[in-house]
Each structure stands twice: as C-alpha cells, then as structure tokens.
Design a protein around this ligand. Structure first.
Ligand SMILES: Cc1cc2nc3c(=O)[nH]c(=O)nc-3n(C[C@H](O)[C@H](O)[C@H](O)COP(=O)(O)O)c2cc1C
Ligand code: SF4
Ligand code: SF4
Length: 455
C-alpha cells in the first residue's frame, strides 16, 4: 500500500491534502469532520485582531463583521455569495485553534495585519494558541481598507520590500514554520520572486509558499505518464478550468526554484485526484482544497485520499513523494520565457512537421488541430505544406499513430536545454540555494534582478 505522508515545511503531514482558508476552516464542527475524513492539515480562516482593526480603521465594534451579502441567497434557494471577510476576530480564532489542536488536527494559522506591530501581535497570539505553522495572507484583495490595506493581502505581494520585511518580522517573532500565501499573476510573479529574494538576503526565507494561480495557463499533464500535455511552456493563453492557472503558478515557481526551497502548496481549482496528482507532479508538496469541500462536504477528502492511494498503487509508486516535481523539469524557468519566445521565432522555417506515410492512417486529426492550415489530406494521407508550418508541435502531440515528427527538432531541443540551464537560470537557482548571503549580494541586488529578468 502506498505511503501518503509528506514533509511540508517541516510539518509531518499524514497526506498532502490541506483545507484552504475560508468558511470551511472557520467553523470547528466542519474542521472536526475534515479531521475525521483524514485531512492532512487545515489553514484557518483569515481574520484581524480586534484591537488593531479598531485602532487603524477607527471603527468600534466591527466584529461580528456583518457584510450585507453574508449568506444572501437567491429567491430560488441558490447561494449567491459567502462572506470573504471573517465574522469573528482573531482573538476568537485563537481559541478555536486551541480547540482544533485538542482534536489532533495539524493547524496552519492564517495571519494578516494592518501594521508591522499588528503582524507581530497576531502571530504571537496564533503561536501561543497552538498553531503548528503560520500562513501570511499576502493574497486576498481587501478593498475595504483602501489606503490602509498596504500591509494586508495582495497589496503586500505587490511590494517586494514590504513582503521581505514582514516575513523577517514574523520569522523572528515565532518559532513555528512560516509560509506565505501569494496570488501569482503576470504582473505579480516577478514581484513575488523579488520579495522572496529580498527575504533570502534578509536571512528570513519562508518555509513554504501557497500559490493561488492567476498566471496564464498551463494545460496540465497526462497523469499516466506524468508528461506535460504541451511541454516546455507554462504560460501564455491556454484556456480551461481554474486549476490550469494554479498549474502555471506551480510550474513557474518549481522550474525556477525547485520543489523544497520553499515547499509549494497549490491553491485554486484543485477538486479531483487528477488535479491533486497534476499539481504535485508540477512541483507542489501539498494541495489546498476549498470550493470542492463547500460543494461536496468534508467527506470528499476521504474519497480523494482513497483515489490517490489507488492511483499510486496502480502506477507503481510506493510513496506520494515519488511524484513531487516529476514534471517540473520539463518547463523552462519562467524568468526566461519572454527571451525564449523571442529566440524561438528565429527557428521559424527550419523546424517543421514531417509525416511518415507508412504510419499515417488518414484520420485527419492533424488537419483539424493545425492552426496554420499547414496540413492537407491527399489520398487519405496527411501532407505538410512546409512554407506554412510554424513547427509548433501540436500535430505531433495529437497524432494517435505517432506518425508525425518535427524535422530539425533537435535545434529546438538544444535551445530549450540552453534556456533551462542558461547562466541566468543557473545563477538564480544557485543564489536561492546559498546558505549564507553576504553584504556583496545585497549591494549587487539591482544588477542581479536585471540579469535574472526580474526587473
Ligand atoms: C468565500 C471564500 C472565503 C475565503 N476566505 C479566505 C481567507 O480568509 N483567507 C485566505 O487566505 N483565503 C481565503 N479564500 C481563498 C481560498 O482559501 C482558496 O485559496 C480559493 O478559494 C481557491 O481555491 P479553490 O478553487 O479550492 O476554492 C476564500 C475563498 C472563498 C471562496
Ligand atoms: S493525425 Fe497522424 S494518423 Fe491522423 S492523418 Fe495526421 S498524420 Fe495521419
Ligand atoms: S507543427 Fe504546428 S504548424 Fe506545423 S503542421 Fe503541425 S500543427 Fe501545423
């Protein structure tokens, strides 16, 4: 029987499934059901310290917070919205964490503040309550606070200096592992990398990062072979379900940083065992589930765990750790994607599809998928018009007979390998693995950021 245990940021979890912060983890009864269903850990709902909220926002008695849309239903009974803000303050969550710990649950406490002092106070309170780890909420948009919200939620991910400063403050305040939850989209991903880099320089690298994917999309993998559906690129406009945004964020980070420096948790659209396996093969050690639990109830966790075991057994993996990051090596480090796309164009006209007429059965799938109209069917065989072909590889991936290959594909492969192990990618990875950071690194930071494509 396969082993589901993982080491996530120093926490020994029974399995990689974590209940993500939200209404499901604000309620002790649901947390008990999640525990009974076998959840690996829960991240508590984010809230604010009452005193800090009153001090900064200047409103008394804000809690219990009652947004007008709270549990507002449509006339026919359909749910319109759940509250994104907590209706109880952090002080109350601290008590709930202590209760959760009595049940035996591994608790990662979500923390947020409105000031540096507030973060200190908040994480101290959460650690004292028994939290096993802290997840700093640098992901939620918090429009309520307008100018005040510079220190809370996704505003922090936009500000690499503050990002690093808050991690440093928190790491020095508590002794449990500290992670960040960041939204990653095309505007933010370089900033999040820069924030991590600055945290590294400040000798306060986080233990984990939970990525809420809003980057462009990664079309996923074939979970039988763990090979990518479309290899090498995990961005630029693939469409599909929300999980594909998360896959992109995970492969972007794992192909640049590796899988355990920091550990990665995937959040967003992870609803099935296939999605858990994909997120892990792309580089995450844990998968956070939220909407699927709201939709199907806590019992869904037990179902996914059974399916995960069955998947590992039937594919010959003795441990879930064997799949972590297996696919991420197929991706070019995201820092270099822009440069790669530009250089790849120089191969236009030299890399093109060729059909093996013996193997082709005339199914015409390649003709249907080619976006360049470069395939014509002649005498029930596919023929490529080379002057139209862009060498994109799509027909190769889709041909059920393996009858197409890219002529001169080695030129493209050489370029891909060059990019994977280019000086910029290698120096970035090595820097992130370095044990000690010196003053020289701090002084050289602006130049390094430029060289790594982060500025
Ligand atoms: C109603 C609601 C409330 C949420 N509250 C929080 C929160 O307090 N803190 C947080 O970090 N994420 C919060 N989230 C985000 C979830 O933890 C999760 O990252 C997101 O829903 C994507 O995952 P999913 O596709 O599994 O739902 C909330 C999401 C929803 C839908
Ligand atoms: S997809 Fe393959 S088998 Fe089908 S027509 Fe094209 S080359 Fe032939
Ligand atoms: S490689 Fe791309 S452009 Fe060329 S024939 Fe195949 S699908 Fe069309």
């Amino acid at each position: 029987m396969s082993d589901l245990q993982v080491n996530f940021a120093g926490l020994k979890l029974h399995n990689p499934l974590i209940a993500a912060a939200g209404p499901i983890t604000g309620n002790i009864d649901i947390v008990k059901k999640l525990y009974d269903a076998g959840i690996g850990a829960v991240v508590t709902k984010t809230s604010f310290i009452k005193r800090e909220y009153e001090r900064w926002v200047g409103r008394k008695n804000i809690f219990p917070y009652k947004p007008v849309y709270k549990y507002q239903g449509l006339a026919d009974g359909r749910l319109l919205s759940l509250p994104s803000q907590s209706d109880v303050p952090m002080e109350e969550f601290a008590k709930r964490i202590t209760e959760m710990k009595k049940l035996g649950v591994t608790v990662i406490a979500s923390a947020i503040g409105l000031s540096v002092k507030g973060y200190r106070e908040c994480v101290r309170m959460l650690e004292d309550a028994g939290a096993d780890a802290i997840e700093l909420n640098f992901c939620c948009p918090i429009p309520e606070f307008t100018s005040l919200y510079t220190h809370a939620g996704d505003a922090v991910s936009m500000n690499p200096k503050l990002y690093a400063k808050l991690i440093k403050v928190v790491k020095r305040t508590v002794s449990v592992p500290v992670g960040i939850k960041s939204t990653v989209n095309l505007l933010l991903y370089a900033k999040v990398f820069e924030g991590l880099l600055r945290a590294k320089i400040a000798n306060s690298y986080p233990d984990f990062i939970t990525l809420v994917g809003q980057l462009d999309q990664n079309p996923g993998i074939d979970i039988n072979t763990l090979e990518p559906i479309i290899p090498h690129i995990s961005t630029f406009g693939w469409q599909g379900s929300l999980s594909k945004l998360t896959y992109s964020a995970v492969s972007t980070f794992s192909s640049s940083l590796g899988t355990d420096n920091p550990h990665i948790a995937a959040s967003g659209g992870i609803n099935t065992v296939e999605e858990v396996v994909t997120a892990m093969a792309l580089g995450s050690t844990a998968a956070q589930l939220h909407t699927v639990i709201l939709d199907k109830g806590p019992g869904v966790v037990a179902k996914i765990l059974e399916e995960l075991k069955a998947y590992l057994d039937s594919h010959g993996y003795s441990s879930v750790n064997d799949i972590i990051g297996k696919t991420s090596r197929n991706y070019i480090p995201s820092l270099l994607i822009g440069r790669f796309m530009r250089e790849r164009d120089s191969l236009l006209g030299t890399v093109y599809a060729g059909v093996d007429g013996e193997r082709c059965n005339g199914c015409s799938i390649c003709e249907r998928v080619c976006t360049e109209n470069a395939v014509i069917m002649q005498d029930k065989k596919a023929v490529i018009e080379w002057d139209k072909c862009r060498g994109c590889n799509l027909c190769v991936l889709k041909c059920p007979r393996g009858a197409i290959r890219l002529e001169n594909y080695n030129k493209l492969e050489e370029m891909i390998e060059q990019f994977k192990f280019s000086a910029a990618a290698t120096s970035f990875r090595e820097f992130m693995k370095k044990e000690k950071i010196g003053l020289g690194d701090v002084i050289a930071l602006p130049g390094k950021l430029k060289r790594w494509g982060l500025r």
